[in-house]
Design a protein around this ligand. Structure first.
Ligand code: FMN
Length: 297
């Protein structure tokens, strides 16, 4: 997830029980021409395997060149993003924009699967909007062109993240292809994992937003079941990873958004929360955190 699935967060989730990690998506053109700008997004460690690097773009040749470069980093597979609804990406025909151009999807997958030695997978949505539900076709194309698995987010591009994910559509994809299908959309609690599997027959589930507010979902714990001691311990572990990965200054800044999620269920006074989330050094953050007793809040 863009802005979230960096090494500190991925490795933390893996420690809690996640089975597969995906990097934040990277743009094909950036892989080829601005590699140093995305270097952090491409760093991973051996204990993260199986790990996918997620790539986006709209041109088969450029994407293939980029994927060949990414393959040199030895990820376990390359995942192609066909679901991002952001205007800057979808409107130029990449991300969810690809769902409107099945022929291009076929071309991209044909070139990539023929050129790479590692598996290629796709992450799709249901289509651009309700009048353009191309997922049955895109799924069949993905299978025919050699994709190793399909992750399906049960929403259209126009839906963004609103409304409800359509799990019936995910079930339809499961029925129509023989490759593994990963169900995605609206897994909010631990029971939702089995509910999605039972409803759709999918081989695995992908958890997005719920993991940001509750990474313990991978340990099969709902947020309310996580003690404040455990929250504090995980928060400190995550901070440590962030500082190690990015260095003290950037590590703290990039950690703040996760800290806000860790603390959101607690009724912390607004000014305390604000103060904590604006500390300038890790030491200041830790001193202030030490003064806060989360129990009973
Ligand atoms: C902040 C944010 C960033 C995301 N970035 C990506 C991304 O880079 N690649 C991707 O395939 N999906 C991305 N997604 C979509 C999620 O992977 C997922 O498909 C979507 O949130 C629905 O699943 P959920 O209900 O479990 O959150 C992102 C979602 C959010 C909220």
């Amino acid at each position: 997830m863009d802005g979230y699935s960096d090494w500190p967060f991925r490795s933390l989730c893996r420690g809690l029980g996640s089975a597969i990690s995906y990097t934040e998506f990277v743009k094909a053109e950036d892989v080829l021409a601005r590699r140093e700008q995305i270097a952090d997004k491409l760093r991973f460690t051996e204990d993260e395997r199986p790990l996918a690097i997620q790539l986006y773009g709209d041109d088969a040749t450029t994407m293939c060149e980029a994927a060949l470069r990414l393959q040199e980093l030895r990820p376990d597979f390359i995942d192609i993003n066909m679901g991002c609804p952001a205007k800057t990406i979808a409107n130029r025909g990449a991300g969810a924009g690809l769902l409107r151009t099945p022929v291009k999807v076929a071309r991209i997958l044909r070139v990539l699967t023929a050129s790479l030695a590692i598996p290629v997978t796709v992450k799709i949505r249901l289509g651009w909007d309700d009048d353009s539900l191309t997922y049955p076709l895109i799924a069949r194309i993905a299978e025919a062109e050699g994709a190793a698995a399909i992750a399906v987010h049960g929403r259209t591009k126009v839906q963004g993240y609103g409304g409800q994910a359509n799990w019936d559509a995910i079930a339809e994809v499961v029925q129509s292809v023989k490759i593994p299908v990963i169900g995605n959309g609206d897994i909010k609690t631990v029971p939702d994992i089995e509910r999605m599997k039972n409803h759709t027959g999918c081989n695995a589930v992908m958890i997005g937003r719920a993991a940001i507010s509750n990474p313990w979902v991978f340990a099969r714990l709902d947020r309310a079941a996580v003690s404040s001691e455990r929250v504090r311990a995980t928060l400190l572990d995550h901070l440590e990873r962030s500082l190690q990965f990015y260095g003290p200054a950037r590590g703290l800044v990039l950690f703040r958004k996760y800290a806000a999620h860790y603390l959101s269920p607690y009724r912390l006074p607004k000014e305390v929360r604000q103060k904590l989330l604006t500390r300038q050094t890790p030491a200041e953050f830790l001193v202030l955190l030490d003064e806060i007793d989360l129990r009973g809040l």
